[in-house]
Design a protein around this ligand. Structure first.
Ligand code: B3K
Ligand code: ZN
Length: 890
């Protein structure tokens, strides 16, 4: 396989204006008739027509109704001479068949639970018919579906239903017309036995719309939250950005076999059931929150992605970074109080720092707008999505919230109906705000799109008592990444404040005597810059990078006392949380990096424990915020702070910290459990979710403490709560408390949980994931995982189930995965290879679990390398896995 380069982009040699597709749906052999109205692109030198196609059986090709000569070259259908059509438009008719029931890759047309679904992004449409399968070729689609009426009563495609009726032999048909031009990756069809929740709404302009959420019979009682989320999304996009729903009908369909979260097909979103189905008995608060943001995300794509799409796949962040930013803003705006907003922001940053920062420091590091790829599916990454969203967020910071809304308006006016680039977007935001810092700094700002790697900003403070001034020197660097040895300085907005030593906020006065209004953001542009503040009676405590104003690592040599001040008093909730994290990281790293014996060690000092006690008992702080502060930095995050990673030592130290907190705060945890434990009638709002999260944490800490003290009361209470809970959040947290503390009652609770939910696939996923992700005791997790794979409910073919067992172990349980005997890596290599034969996209995700092998200490490092080599040695790997393992080994 060869790499594709952004610099090689050329416009297509042909356009497709209209497509008429006719499907005879049959799981074993589906017939697809594709009639296209095409024309040459006059701006491009005349050349052969090359259509993409994969795993298709070609039966017939007609040009203007006549048989035409063609050849097949690899995965392309080539028409060299198009007789008589050199100058004008022509009709091309292609008849193929494919085998949806055999499609285990879940790309193109596939069958799940006797229902047909499609997934076309990025390059799945070519598995349905021969086509110019690239996002800059936009056409209008008319789609006729024909199928057995009893087996497939519901027939859906994009747009509006224009005709339907019976056919011979118990079959029926439906004809759909999508009025909007779209790229092939937004095509979708669904056919099967489905039921729907319906909602009619009238938009602000008085237009009526039909909203539908389709699920399997039996799941209707789990669709209310998705429908509410959809209605809230529609209202939000109209209120915040003036973007209305442009379709008469908007459909969401849920499938339990899906490679990712969901897909924004025009008017016919297809979702993983995980992001649709919820009721209080089966879904947790986290599930509810995820459904809200994924429903929002896919809906927002209707403008950012569908109305204005990507010119090529290198521009993927144009739609993904922007749409993640939009779904984050949506969830933030739905939070009523500031504390809930802070919690949401902290959660988003935590994802960025534990998943994207490692990516940016590893072998798969790539710019937000990559320069090359082998398999585009490997580039649906946290960099494109989450870092891309941070880049958009920085733009908003630089032009202001209203300025950003104006920029969005200009962007959609300028580019509606077109396939464009990241440059086009940035230019529109800047053009709408000609006086802004963004407009002034645009070329430099765009380095965020072209340079990979996480910048490090080092800050050094100096207080001068004589002049009563404080200077803060900021320096930025960015480490080399694959293919980029040196980096130019970034534009880095840095939210900044100063606190007095007693914690009160200090006014910011610059040397010229002016007072800077709060909140203050310094826009850093040089490698090194110094800021000076005056009229300060004593050395202040700097609060830097407030709100996590840029996706960078901030290095500042805080004293413990300064961090305790920030933790107690910073008005910026993000930095308040961050101060607690820094204290914990410091205690952990000192111990991990040293070589002292760590058995029985107590890593946390009294000041930290007292600070955690005050947070936990604080009368004004929200439960959700408390839970975040009291959650220790993850093993993955700790690993990122080290050059040589001993996963077992990290695990042991973090476990020691957890257990120290559990014991030292035992009374406080009990108090928290009693205080927050009863959240009343179930509602998944941020406030009551926060109370449940803190209660769950308290219970888990109390069970952990019981492990040492031999207490039987709290494990007993956990078991009671597990049995009696009125909602899945409380029930699952109680179960997790028993499992994670290794209590014998877990052995009773687990089978009971399975029996209760044996028919709820999404709940069983949690059951599997909990066990595969549990704390390792004497190497017991790997054998348990192998056992789980033999469970009758396990199947590697179902991506959700594979993720719940294999990924929960390999990617989310470092303490159990990184074994001195290398058995975790052996298991990983077996699964990567096995999955690659079924579903390369999922296999390539799993392959990334060893991305950071070069940082591992021995014996892990050599063993991990060996496992990678073993996978790479397989000659018939997919491009997906091949690209990941070759980059890892490079
Ligand atoms: N655009 C899809 C992702 C498609 C992934 C293809 N491998 C979902 C989303 O980002 O909304
Ligand atoms: Zn998206």
């Amino acid at each position: 396989a060869t790499a594709i380069h952004r610099a090689d982009y050329t416009a297509p040699a042909f356009w497709i204006d209209t497509v008429e597709l006719c499907f005879d749906l049959d799981p074993a052999k589906t017939r697809v008739l594709n009639k296209m109205r095409m024309r040459r692109n006059p701006d491009v030198p005349a050349q052969a027509l090359r259509l993409d196609g994969e795993e298709l059986n070609l039966a017939r090709v007609l040009v203007n109704g006549q048989g035409a000569s063609f050849k097949i070259e690899g995965n392309q259908l080539v028409l060299e001479s198009l007789p008589g059509v050199e100058d004008g438009a022509f009709d091309l008719e292609i008849f193929t068949t494919c085998a949806p029931a055999k499609n285990t890759k879940l790309m193109g047309l596939f069958v799940s639970n006797d229902t047909f679904f499609t997934q076309c992004e990025a390059e799945g449409f070519r598995r349905i018919t021969y086509f110019l399968d690239r996002p800059d070729v936009m056409a209008t689609y008319t789609v006729t579906l024909r199928a057995d009426k009893a087996k497939y009563p519901v027939l859906l495609s994009n747009g509006n239903l224009v005709d339907h009726g019976p056919l011979d032999d118990g079959r029926h048909f439906a004809k759909w017309e999508d009025p909007f031009r779209k790229p092939s990756y937004l095509f979708a069809l669904v056919a099967g036995q489905l039921v729907s929740r319906e909602q009619r709404i009238s938009a602000r302009n008085g237009k009526d719309h039909l909203l539908q959420v389709f699920v399997r019979p039996g799941d209707l009682d789990k669709t209310e939250h998705a429908m509410h989320s959809l209605m809230a999304s529609i209202a939000w996009d109209e209120a915040r950005f003036g973007l209305p729903l442009d379709l008469e009908r908007f459909m969401i369909v849920a499938t339990s076999d899906f490679n990712m979260g969901a897909m924004e097909n025009k008017g016919l979103n297809i979702f993983n059931t995980k992001y649709v189905l919820a009721n209080q008995a089966t879904a947790t608060d986290t599930d509810y929150a995820n459904i809200e943001s994924v429903v929002g995300h896919e809906y927002f794509h209707n403008w950012s992605g569908n109305r204005v799409t990507c010119r090529d796949w290198f521009q993927l962040s144009l739609k993904e970074g922007l749409t993640v930013f939009r779904d984050q803003e949506f969830s933030l705006d739905l939070c009523r109080d500031p504390s809930a907003k802070a919690v949401k922001r902290i959660e988003d940053v935590r994802v960025l720092r534990t998943a994207q920062f490692p990516e940016d420091a590893g072998p798969m590091a790539h710019p937000v707008r990559p320069d090359s790829y082998i398999e585009i599916n490997n580039f649906y990454t946290v960099t494109i999505y989450e870092k891309g969203a941070e880049v958009v967020r920085m733009m908003q910071t630089l032009v202001g919230r209203d300025g950003f809304a104006k920029g969005m308006t200009l962007y959609f006016e300028r580019f509606d109906g077109q396939a464009v680039t990241c440059d086009d977007f940035a230019q529109a935001i800047a053009d709408a705000n000609p006086q802004s810092e963004l407009a002034r700094l645009l070329p430099q700002f765009k380095r965020w799109y072209s340079q990979a790697g996480t910048p490090r900003v080092q800050a050094v403070g100096h207080y001068d008592a004589a002049s009563r001034s404080y200077s803060l020197t900021l320096s930025q660097t960015c480490a080399p990444t694959p293919g980029q040895a040196t980096k130019e300085p970034f534009v880095i907005p840095i939210g900044l404040g100063l606190l007095a030593q007693d914690g009160s906020a200090l006014p910011l006065q610059s040397a010229d005597g002016s007072t800077l209004s709060a909140p203050y953001t310094f826009v850093m542009t040089e490698a090194t810059q110094t800021l000076t503040f005056v009229n300060l009676d004593a050395e202040p405590v700097p609060s830097i990078l407030r709100g996590f104003s840029a996706p960078v690592v901030l290095v500042y040599d805080y004293t413990d006392a300064q961090l305790l001040t920030l933790l107690a008093f910073d008005t910026d909730a993000f930095n308040r949380w961050e101060a607690g994290q820094r204290l914990a990281v410091r205690s952990a790293i000192t111990l991990i990096a040293g070589d002292a014996d760590i058995s029985g060690v107590k890593p946390l000092n009294d000041a930290y424990i007292e600070a955690m006690r005050s947070v936990l008992r604080h009368p004004d702080l929200d439960a959700a915020f408390k839970e975040l502060v009291l959650t220790l930095p993850s093993e993955t995050y700790l690993a990122e702070q080290l050059n040589v990673v001993d996963p077992q030592r990290i695990h042991a130290v973090r476990e020691a910290m957890r257990s120290q907190l559990a014991q030292a705060l035992a009374n406080d945890w009990a108090w928290a459990y009693e205080t927050y434990g009863d959240t009343g009638a179930y509602r998944p709002d941020p406030l009551s979710s926060g109370r449940r999260a803190l209660t769950g944490m308290a219970l888990s800490q109390l069970c952990l403490a019981a492990q040492t003290s031999g207490d039987v009361v709290w494990p007993g209470k956990a078991y009671q709560r597990f049995k009696d809970a009125g909602n899945m959040t409380d029930r699952f947290n109680a179960l997790a408390a028993l499992v994670s503390s290794g209590h014998p009652l877990a052995a009773q609770a687990l089978p009971r949980f399975h029996a209760l939910f044996k028919d709820e696939a999404l709940v069983l996923d949690k059951w599997f994931a909990l066990q595969a992700g549990a704390t390792d005791r004497d190497g017991n997790i790997l054998p348990a995982v192998r056992q789980l794979m033999k469970h009758p409910d396990f199947s590697l073919r179902n991506p959700n189930r594979a993720r719940s067992v294999v990924f929960s172990y390999c990617s989310a349980n470092p303490g159990a995965f990184h074994r001195r005997d290398a058995a975790g890596y052996v298991f990983w290599s077996e699964r990567v290879i096995e999955l690659d034969g079924i579903n390369p996209q999922v296999a390539a995700r799993l392959a990334r679990a060893l991305d950071r092998w070069k940082n591992l200490a021995e014996p892990y490092r050599s063993a991990a390398r060996e496992a990678l080599v073993r996978v790479a040695a397989k000659t018939d790997l997919s491009n997906d896995v091949r690209e990941v393992v070759s980059r890892a080994l490079a």
